[in-house]
Design a protein. Sequence first.
Length: 155
Amino acid sequence: MSELRVPTVALAAEVRCGDGRVFSGRIFVPTAASHHSGPMRPEEWINEPAVFFPFLPDREEAPVLLNKKEVVAVTLTSPPSEEELAPAEDGVRKVMIECGALRFEGDLRIDMPAGQRRVLDTVNRPERFLTLRTGDRHHLVHKRHITRVLERKGL
């Protein structure tokens, strides 16, 4: 059966759930993407159609399965990608996202055609999660838990 496994890389993550629990551990992202060269990006992985994903809590030997519907946010620490380092033409907005009492602040990258570069256009895309970047931290926030999005000028 091991020949049927998809090669993955383990990434350190913090998972915040809708019931208030917070888990620290590892997520597993495929080492190859189907739409571009290189590894799958975490935002691509989290937006895959699967409802559950394996998560290995710190100090545990066996992974648990987490339901994406119950996840408010997955926070990863990683160096900026080449895409993030590239200058964005009017493509980054500073926002604060509220998920009940939780708040996430940072940059929302807007990769949309001209005329559709509003925060509203990005949050209304069909993907279930959006990515908010704060330095080397990436917050993959589940849209169903978002109560408010505020665009900021000088975060």
